[in-house]
Ligand binder design. Structure first.
Ligand code: ATP
Ligand code: MG
Length: 329
């Protein structure tokens, strides 16, 4: 996808549209924002390490820091890397080297400012890769500052932790999430029910990105009411249906059942929707015995429509899928 197209699309996403541009606009995380604001004013900015759960403002804070330190030219002097999705530490080393050494323009008045490297999902790196990263940080620290982001601080090797100022981001509390979601509804002129907003919060446990995405999906169905929110949550759980099938086929009955319960109870997916999505998934998975699978699905579809207890029936279905999986030649 070209970057032009990407930014066009990202503008349509509320998560991007309402991503804070300045540190003081970040919801909650007050102590962190205060700490960071002081650090970015200091003449010698340290490397930073952010940890915490998904969707609470880590990447947002890193981008705000880059803007605050580098001003208008921030984009040119900031490198965003994802440690997990590219070609490992070699790529990181090459990109960092190239970036740190890139010549500054004669017109660049901010030549005394460091370049900033935001390294997301660093806890996906092996400890060997992190050791190499530590060297890279040291070698380039004359000209660059790192903001390293992870979900689990315990997965980051100590020598990296000790070279950074560490900020632990926390889950956003209910009141903050609810307030932000209502703010977005008002800006977007979308009608909402208070109850439905709370339902969004409760289904996602303080992951504001997930909340905003669910809310945007629900708004596409009209307004933010309980029924639309349930449907939107069900849609977002759909991607997990394949996981349930794979676990069941591998004979991991208990894990498959736990995931299935998560889908029905947390994501609000109905049992009959589960069957529907599972049939589609199974088709895409190109099973060894598609006809047997189809017969199974039809049988359980019938049982559910006849009013049998859905939880018991679906557990039995998973057990049968497991038997089907073990027959594999
Ligand atoms: N503290 C916050 N204040 C305001 N908006 C937020 C906050 N946290 C998250 N958001 C919203 O959620 C979106 C995603 O946030 P962000 O990218 O900062 O999450 P993250 O903590 O980096 O999560 P991940 O670990 O999944 O990368 C933002 O674009 C913004 O719309
Ligand atoms: Mg992030």
């Amino acid at each position: 996808m070209s970057s032009g197209k990407k930014s066009e699309l990202s503008h349509l996403m509320w998560t991007e549209k309402y991503r804070p541009m300045k540190l003081e606009e970040i919801v909650n995380q007050k102590e962190i924002v205060k700490g960071i604001s002081n650090l970015v004013k200091s003449p010698d900015i340290p490397h930073m390490l952010f940890s915490g759960p998904a969707g609470v403002g880590k990447t947002t804070a890193a981008l705000c820091i880059a803007r605050e330190i580098l001003g208008e030219e921030w984009k040119k002097n900031t490198l965003e890397l994802n440690a997990s999705d590219e070609r490992g530490i070699k790529m990181v080393r090459e990109r960092v080297k190239e970036f740190a050494a890139s010549v500054k323009l004669a017109t660049d008045k901010d030549f005394d400012k460091p370049k900033i490297i935001i390294l997301d999902e660093a806890d996906e790196m092996t400890s060997e890769a992190q050791t190499a990263l530590r060297r890279i940080i040291e070698d380039s620290s004359r000209t660059t500052r790192f903001i390293i982001i992870c979900n689990y601080l315990s997965q980051i090797i100590e020598p990296i932790q000790s070279r950074c100022v560490v900020f632990r981001f926390t889950r956003l509390p209910k009141d903050n999430v609810v307030e932000q979601l209502k703010y977005i509804c008002e800006k977007e002129k979308v009608k909402y029910e208070d109850k439905a907003i709370v339902q969004i919060y409760e289904s996602t446990g303080g992951d504001l990105r997930h909340c905003i995405n669910v809310m945007q999906a629900a708004s596409g169905m009209g307004s933010i009411n309980a029924a639309n929110v349930s449907t939107a949550i069900g849609l977002s759980g759909r991607s997990k249906v394949g996981d349930v099938l794979k676990l069941a086929l591998a004979g991991k009955f208990h894990e498959a059942r736990a995931k299935l319960l998560e889908l029905t109870q947390v994501y609000g997916m109905s049992e009959s929707d589960f069957l529907k999505y599972a049939s589609q998934e199974a088709y895409d998975m190109k099973l060894d015995r598609p006809e047997e699978f189809s017969e199974l699905m039809a049988e359980y579809d019938y049982r559910l429509s006849a009013g049998a207890h859905p939880e018991i029936q679906l557990a039995a279905l998973l057990a049968q899928i497991g038997r089907l999986g073990s027959k594999k030649s």
